[in-house]
Ligand binder design. Structure first.
Ligand code: PLP
Length: 460
């Protein structure tokens, strides 16, 4: 009998997250203020609690997970690791395909791994309300779920087009007690400014981040919470890879490829950074490769520029060194809401820059074909974001078929797609179109960035 599901017990739940900062190929370029000077920890205190800031800058390799956080994690962790025997058979590949299934969390994705930790550390420091942004609603629902457990209020700025098109995620957030505001909104001065210029603005993640930060800094005992990109978020996600390592160890396997989709980079970092560490300390029997997958509609690492840029449209966040399409990027209406972001996590970008990690882009039609194949073979409907990883895995498995090599492929199935069926409906009815973001648009955006900060050219 083939083994489909590799489970480990609660007692094997990792007790510490892995911090990649001490293991990067060069020190991470620091976040900068608009005048080019480095951000100080105190600058971040208006938006984050002290413990989160400490984690953001920590050089400790392993950071303990508090018991209160572990207790909540136990609701769905350790998550199962599946061997995709049926997908392997459908592809007639000699490769072994494994996936870590994060869709079993109550909100349906990996996002609560950090939401629970962030809500806990804020609660410990007396914060009463968290603000955040959400695109498709996955992150917002994870934070609503987490704040509810720790008795915090939560205000979520949801990109207006998703607010209108994805009522079920909004309902989920409201059910867990959060206030959900369509962004751009009248609640913030930045939102009002955007609406003054264009009342029908559909919103973007960049705008929603600006609104959420403004709300946090202008209110007492209110802080801001981010669902991706920053070091502490990626840190919390490493529980995924740490568990997967233990699960694969029971089979005496180490992946040749670790694959994940990237919006801001957190689920991919979560599954891949621990394996990068084990490879570094000599535990990999092979030349493990790490492959990040993004949409051709938001191709930050494949068409973007590695430079300092803001994380939001209103330029409220510090400048982060990353691959960016420019902070004024207006995302095309594709069906992988969580991947429509202009930048990516600075640690991941540094690893790509140093060729330690690779990246690749696919259009949404190729991605949904892979999602269709996966749903039929494995039975699970993947989130459109996660389906990007599946597309790359299918190609790697077909490559292995050509060469006859018995490669071990691991990917993060970061969420289920049961609240994304409208996208699947469009795919099935044949109306879904491929889209490539033009390079010229990136160049124009980056030129505007350099006009704003002429000193940047010498940094890039
Ligand atoms: C299911 C799922 N996967 C992936 C992502 C992309 O985010 P990240 O790159 O931070 O994992 C999102 C973001 O919303 C998501 O909801």
């Amino acid at each position: 009998m083939p083994q489909y599901k590799i489970v480990i017990g609660e007692e094997e739940l990792p007790r510490a997250w892995y911090n990649i900062l001490p293991d990067l190929p060069e020190p991470l370029p620091p976040p900068l203020r608009p005048d080019g000077s480095p951000v100080k920890p105190q600058d971040l205190e208006a938006i984050f609690p002290k413990e989160i800031i400490r984690q953001e800058m920590s050089s400790e390799r392993f950071i303990p997970i508090p018991n209160e956080v572990l207790e909540v994690y136990k609701l769905w962790r350790p998550t199962p690791l599946f061997r995709a025997h049926r997908l392997e058979r459908a592809l007639k590949t000699p490769a072994e395909i494994y996936y870590k299934y994060e869709g079993v969390s109550p909100p349906g994705s990996h996002k609560p791994n950090t939401a629970v930790a962030q809500a806990y550390f804020n609660m410990k420091e007396g914060v009463e309300r968290l603000t955040t942004e959400t695109g498709a609603g996955q992150w917002g629902s994870a934070l609503a779920f987490a704040t509810n457990f720790f008795g915090l209020n939560c205000t979520i700025y949801m990109v207006r087009v998703s607010y209108e098109q994805k009522p079920y995620r909004r309902v989920l957030m409201q059910l867990w007690g959060a206030e959900v505001v369509p962004s751009p909104s009248n609640k913030t001065s930045f939102g009002r400014k955007v609406l003054d210029q264009d009342l029908s603005n559909p919103g973007s993640l960049g705008i929603a981040i600006s609104e959420a930060i403004e709300d946090a800094v202008t209110h007492e005992r209110t802080k801001y919470s981010l669902g991706s990109v920053l070091n502490h978020v990626l840190l919390h996600q490493t529980i995924v890879g740490l568990e997967a390592y233990k699960q694969l160890e029971t089979l005496d396997r180490f992946p040749d490829y670790v694959v994940g989709c990237i919006g801001g980079g957190s689920n991919f970092a979560g599954i891949s950074y621990p394996f990068f560490y084990y490879k570094k300390v000599g535990k990999a029997p092979n030349e493990a490769r790490f492959i990040a997958v993004e949409p051709t509609a938001a191709p930050s690492t494949t068409k973007g520029v590695y430079t300092y840029d803001h994380g939001d449209t209103a330029r409220l966040t510090p400048l982060l060194k990353m691959y960016t399409l420019g902070h004024d990027f207006i995302p095309p209406p594709i069906h992988a809401g969580g991947l429509r972001y202009h930048g990516k996590a600075p640690t991941l970008c540094l690893l790509i820059k140093h060729n330690e990690f690779e990246s690749i882009a696919y259009n949404q039609l190729e991605v949904f074909k892979a999602a269709d194949l996966f749903a039929k073979a494995e039975g699970i409907v993947p989130a459109p974001e996660s389906a990007h990883a599946i597309r790359a895995v299918v190609d790697l498995a077909l490559e292995a078929k050509k060469t006859g090599e018995k490669k071990v492929i691991l990917f993060n199935l970061s969420g289920h797609g049961l609240l994304d069926l409208k996208a699947f409906d469009e795919y099935l009815s044949g109306t879904l179109k491929p889209y490539e973001y033009p390079k010229e648009e990136v160049e124009k955006s980056i030129q505007r960035l350099y006009d704003l900060y002429p000193w940047l050219k010498t940094f890039s």
